[in-house]
Design a protein around this ligand. Structure first.
Ligand code: NAD
Length: 361
């Protein structure tokens, strides 16, 4: 059956980087015979301008009918001062919850060609390949009760609630173990079980799920130690699985070990295997429309889309290899440029990836 992909270019550099990724898609459809039905939609500031809301009903309906969504990025100064409930970022939260995207996958992979882009020593980060699996729809970001109330003595008190049910923990743990089974077969579950009861349960449930995956090695680590270990010796990790808030913080930390925001993709998956794929960076309004944006994070997000929602690991590998090839050829957008390399624009980088794909085999 032909799979449906919804493409949401979004705002700022979104349309430019998505256009390069569509070149890759067009090549795969025309030259490799991949059967896909592509649709386009509005999300973010462009949707506010066109329809008055950041997530039009039509976009959510199309998203629900799709097997996967490719997103550029949303937001920008133009919409920073409009009413909070219709800001572009609300569209992003709306589509995530509307589709039940509970598992956020953030790989931190360092291409050897870019080892000198990290702020850490090359020997500490070269060969880095971590997958952080973050729970995305539960935990303290969504727990009730929450708010700011006035106490009897007149001062205000802010409060949030960290809650996790067994089923929420179990489904994210299974995602992590399944992914690890296709990698180095190691999972590190990150919690704060010594202080927080909710993560004491987390540890217990993850340990139970591990019994179904006897060939996967499970380790537990407190979040404070995990942060330290990520900087001290990041290559010790294969798959890390953690709560919404811990994952938010650790995945940003891990991604920056690679030193290049324009290189990092992400996936957010639902329980039926469908998902939304997007670069981790924002809409970079400072460079939008100038042919300066690095499209590789979005192209690598397409690779994740093939790997996780379409079960086409071979195509995903080919896209990854094409990206690696252009880096080996010395091509760099401005954000990752270095002495002796050839600095190219967004368009040229997209063309180079297609060329590298076409010369494979
Ligand atoms: P940003 O990620 O857009 O930009 C941070 C810096 O990185 C900027 O200097 C930018 O030029 C650079 N950069 C980012 N992506 C790049 C790329 N592909 N190539 C080259 N350089 C790149 O973060 P920000 O400036 O904090 O946010 C800008 C807007 O993006 C805001 O409106 C914010 O709300 C939004 N945002 C959206 C998402 C999303 O769509 N998922 C995520 C983060 C921020």
């Amino acid at each position: 059956m032909t799979k449906k992909i919804l493409i949401l270019p979004g705002d700022g550099i979104g349309p430019e980087i998505v256009a390069q990724t569509e070149k890759v898609l067009a090549f795969l459809i025309d030259q490799r015979g991949i059967k896909l039905e592509l649709e386009h939609g509005l999300l973010g500031g462009c949707a506010v301008d066109a329809a008055g809301v950041p997530l039009p009903d039509e976009t959510l309906a199309k998203a629900k009918e799709s097997d996967a969504i490719l997103l550029g990025s949303v937001g920008g100064p133009k919409w920073d001062t409009i009413e909070r409930s219709i800001r572009p970022e609300r569209g992003l939260l709306g589509i995530r919850s509307g589709l039940g995207l509970f598992a956020n996958l953030r790989p931190a992979v360092l291409f050897p060609q870019l080892a000198n882009a990290s702020t850490l020593r090359e020997d500490v980060v070269s060969g880095l390949d971590i997958m952080i699996v973050r729970e995305l729809t539960g935990g303290i970001y969504f727990g009730q009760p929450r708010g700011i109330k006035e106490l009897e003595d007149g001062q205000r008190q802010g409060f949030n609630t960290l809650v996790y049910s067994e089923s929420e923990i179990e489904r994210i743990a299974r995602v992590a173990f399944e992914i690890a089974s296709k990698r180095q077969k190691r999972v590190c579950s990150v919690d704060k079980a010594n202080v927080l009861e909710a993560t004491e349960l987390w540890r217990e449930v993850v340990t139970n799920v591990a019994k179904d995956y006897p060939d996967i090695e499970l380790e537990h680590m407190y979040v404070d130690n995990a942060a330290m270990q990520l900087v001290r010796n990041p290559k010790q990790f294969d798959v890390m699985v953690t709560t919404n808030m811990f994952g938010d913080i650790l995945s940003d930390l891990a991604s920056m070990l690679t030193g290049s925001i324009g290189m990092l993709p992400s996936a957010s998956l639902a329980s039926d295997g469908s998902g939304m794929y997007e670069p981790i960076h924002g809409s970079a309004p400072d460079i939008a429309g100038q042919n300066l944006a690095n499209p590789l994070a979005t192209i690598l997000s397409l690779s994740m889309l093939f790997r996780y929602s379409l079960d086409e690991a071979q195509i995903a590998d080919q896209i990854d290899q094409a990206v690696s090839q252009v880096l080996t050829d010395g091509l760099r957008t401005k954000d990752i440029n270095a002495e002796g390399m050839t600095c190219v624009g967004t368009n040229e980088m997209g063309d180079a990836v297609v060329k590298a794909l076409s010369s494979q085999r």
